[in-house]
Ligand binder design. Structure first.
Ligand code: ADP
Ligand code: MG
Length: 780
């Protein structure tokens, strides 16, 4: 309807090329395909497009019938039409063009000028006037809705969602548009509606038309009832099909070959009785709808999805464990325990194919091989591999699919994945499970539970598909950086397998055994040509990367490799890369030891923290300033961390004498504790000892030994209690070249398996804060 905003009217040119339409009146907002064969009209369209205008004027013809044979006489055209924008143009082989247009607003013709080359009109766009408070309008829209409802009950709605959609609309313009696009009007009636300038009268006319459709449909129904008695079912179907075919042929629509093709494909699918019935029902709906209509597009799309899914097709597993082991070793260095666990998992699959083994979840910092391990498992088994990325998904429909009410609707990610996998038993990586969100559009993690639950997933229901689909043969493998954001029930279904960061030595091996090879293949150079000494690889690891995984490392090696490739092209050989010349290729070293970092300062302590990106060194700062004994905390700290700061302060206060701190320090001064990297929220109790060290340093003005880093929770009596993420934290210290570490004594058991990580480190296992303070506070 012409709620075309003023702005649309103001951008429409005063003169537009005319496209006469036969048999149809296009209303604003309607999208209609048109076939144009007349040369003058094609010229007009082309001219408009050359002048960067996409607008045309559609005028219905009073004369009905055969558009092709009649020359257009301008006197046969109505004088009120619709300005439409061209959405798409397709040139058809025999010289005509097919265009897709969308109605924008109504327009009167002021003057029409046929000339030899094109048909142009001077126009004046106008809008239908509306008094929004009019009670008559409210009454009419109500009436229209109730007629629509009646039509649904008596089975005469023009489309299945007619009433459902209509009942949700409140804008009278939208309602009018929607009804207009569904009414089955002759040109004269439609033109009358188009010419109606007053909105109230328009609504009235619309409801009259709707009522009339009900009457017509009722009469049709009576006739049908009569025929039903006189014909048996098979005869009738044949007769109706033939008739439909004839009608479609007459209309120049496809004659059902396409439909037959789909029908045959559906017959061949191994569907359950019920599913087949449902799909056939949709197929017969397609047969009955006009093939240009929106609904037909939706139905065709749907049937295409159904046919494309891998119903019942399975790949054969390769369950040879030796082969699996070989593949895992071929793709990944180290990860011994993890590979063992994967082989256990595959053994169970071999012995009990339908076991409801838990879902594996690889958990650890980025770049540690989680996603690529999943891929290796698929390769080892000889299964198809699919990755479903869940990062940032908030909408439940991404998992369960959209309802098929609109043209762009799609199945959810899992059904999409199944189509791509092309088998019922792929390995599906649910990547970044922890990054899934939730909001008003539903809770995707609840939907995910249904996907993963072996009790339910043999009949997974996707809203788009509308048929149960069996996901029980899929091997799901999840990956996550952070377990805290995964919902409890989801976590319960999974077996968490932890991948921790790599030590520099492991990184060196991964680089030489895997990354260099891959980089060469990627850059198209021979491995023999691209030799890197141990020294240079180690230097790259320590000076250019500071990550838990090897992603950046892989990137830098590929970069170096591409520099080599360039040199090869330019000079015919790849230079030897050395410690001295490496900066020439990779830019300045990013992580050189900063001497200032190792300076002993008052109030600044190196803490070891765990983040979802691996371990990190965080410097916790404390300062005192004249005030009244307040504690100020900044740096986006969580509640637990704030409390832990309170506890540290209380401990310091209660032991002030031991450290020669004047009692008035706690009343005449404020204490400010700041944890930098402010944008990252931080929480947890494990910074207790670090905060205490900074507090005591700032109160005593004794500097902190910067060669130490620490982590540990403390209680009010100063006992140091165990914390998590020991390995990641130690790796972080190592990366940052800090060798002296305080760790809670109770964490010693965690370190039994970490020889390589601990190597070269000086770890002090402590049970009381004093053991730290005495060592870390240097003389003033
Ligand atoms: N142990 C390893 N051996 C060989 N390559 C590895 C290893 N760990 C990681 N990679 C490689 O590092 C890159 C990043 O791994 P990826 O699986 O994407 O990490 P994640 O999913 O854990 O973030 C991939 O190219 C992967 O093959
Ligand atoms: Mg990944």
């Amino acid at each position: 309807m012409s709620h075309a905003s003023k702005s649309i009217i103001s951008v429409i040119p005063k003169q537009l090329p005319v496209i006469p339409t036969m048999d149809v009146v296009v209303f604003p907002n309607m999208i209609v395909p048109l076939l144009v064969v007349d040369e003058r009209i094609i010229n007009g369209i082309n001219e408009a497009i050359e002048q960067d205008s996409k607008y045309v004027l559609l005028l219905a013809s009073k004369k009905q019938g055969d558009a092709e044979s009649d020359a257009i006489g301008t006197k046969d055209l109505y004088t009120i039409g619709t300005v439409a924008s061209i959405m798409r143009i397709i040139h058809v082989p025999d010289g005509g063009v097919k265009i897709l247009v969308q109605g924008q607003c109504r327009a009167k013709i002021k003057n029409i000028k046929p000339d030899d080359t094109s048909l142009q009109a001077l126009i004046e766009p106008f809008e239908v006037s509306l008094n929004p408070d009019s009670t008559a309008i409210t009454a009419h829209t109500k009436n229209i809705k109730s007629i629509a409802e009646k039509m649904v009950y008596s089975g005469q709605a023009p489309s299945p969602d007619f009433h459902a959609v209509l009942s949700k609309m409140s804008d009278p313009h939208k309602i009018a548009d929607f009804v207009l696009s569904h009414l089955n009007l002759g040109v004269q009636d439609a033109q009358q509606l188009l010419e109606t300038e007053d909105f109230e009268s328009l609504l009235e006319l619309l409801s009259n038309h709707l009522s009339r459709e009900i009457e017509v449909a009722e009469v049709q129904e009576q006739i049908k009832n009569r025929t039903r008695d006189s014909m048996n079912k098979a005869q009738k179907e044949f007769y109706l099909r033939e008739q439909m075919r004839a009608i479609k042929e007459e209309l120049g629509e496809d004659t059902g070959e396409e439909i037959e093709e789909i029908r045959q494909k559906i017959v061949d699918l191994p569907l359950s009785e019920e599913s087949r019935k449902e799909v056939m029902r949709q197929l017969s709906r397609l047969e009955k709808t006009s093939s240009d209509s929106m609904e037909a597009a939706v139905l065709r799309n749907y049937l295409e999805w159904v046919v494309a899914l891998p119903w019942g097709s399975l790949t054969t597993d390769n369950l040879d464990l030796k082969h699996a082991q070989a593949i895992l070793d071929e793709d990944h260095y180290g990860l011994r325990e993890i590979k063992e666990r994967i082989l256990d998992f595959l053994s169970v699959k071999a012995l009990k194919p339908n076991s409801t083994a838990p879902i594996l979840c690889f958990y650890g910092p980025p770049g540690t091989g989680k996603t690529s391990l999943g891929k290796s498992i698929a390769r080892a088994l000889g299964r198809s591999y699919q990755r479903v990325a869940l990062g940032g998904i908030r909408d439940e429909a991404e998992i369960r699919g959209h309802r098929r009410t609109y043209v762009g609707a799609l199945p959810g990610r899992f059904i999409q994945g199944m189509r791509k996998a092309d088998s019922m038993n792929p390995v599906m990586i649910i990547d970044e499970l922890d990054k899934i969100g939730s909001d008003f559009r539903g809770d995707p993690s609840a939907a995910l539970l249904e996907v993963l639950d072996p009790q339910q997933n043999n009949e997974f229901h996707d809203n788009y598909l509308g048929l149960p689909f069996d996901l029980s043969q899929v091997i799901f493998i999840a990956t996550a950086n952070d377990l805290r954001t995964i919902s409890g029930p989801l976590r319960d279904r999974m077996e968490i397998i932890e991948l921790s960061g790599y030590t520099p030595t492991e990184k060196y091996h991964i680089a030489t055994k895997f990354l260099i090879k891959r980089a060469c293949a990627e850059c198209g150079i021979q491995e023999e040509q691209f030799q890197l000494s141990q020294e240079i690889v180690e230097n790259i690891v320590t000076s250019y990367t500071r990550e838990s995984g090897v992603r950046e490392l892989a990137r830098i090696i590929t970069k170096l490799c591409s520099k080599g490739a360039r040199a090869l092209i330019e000079t015919g050989e790849i230079p030897a890369f050395t410690i001295e010349n490496i900066e020439q290729y990779l830019g300045p070293r990013k992580f050189i030891e900063d001497i200032a970092d190792k300076e002993h300062k008052i109030g600044i302590t190196n803490g070891l923290a765990w983040t979802q990106y691996g371990g990190e060194i965080i410097k916790i700062e404390a300062v005192t300033m004249p005030g009244s004994g307040k504690l100020l905390l900044t740096g986006k700290l969580g509640d637990v961390m704030k409390e832990s700061a309170q506890a540290a302060l209380s401990y310091a206060r209660s032991h002030a004498e031991d450290f020669d701190i004047q009692a008035d320090m706690f009343t005449k001064y404020d204490l400010h504790i700041h944890v930098p990297a402010g944008a990252v929220p931080k929480d947890g109790p494990s910074a207790g000892v670090t905060i205490l060290s900074s507090i005591l340093s700032s109160l005593t003005k004794r500097p902190i030994n910067a060669e130490y880093a620490m982590t540990g929770e403390i209680n009010l009596r100063g006992h140091v209690m165990p914390i998590g993420g020991v390995k990641e934290k130690l790796l972080a210290a190592k990366r940052n070249n800090i060798k002296n570490i305080f760790l809670p004594l109770q964490n010693k058991k965690d370190a039994t398996d970490m020889d390589e990580v601990i190597e070269g480190m000086n770890i002090k296992w402590v049970s009381h804060a004093d053991e730290i303070i005495n060592e870390i506070l240097l003389p003033a």
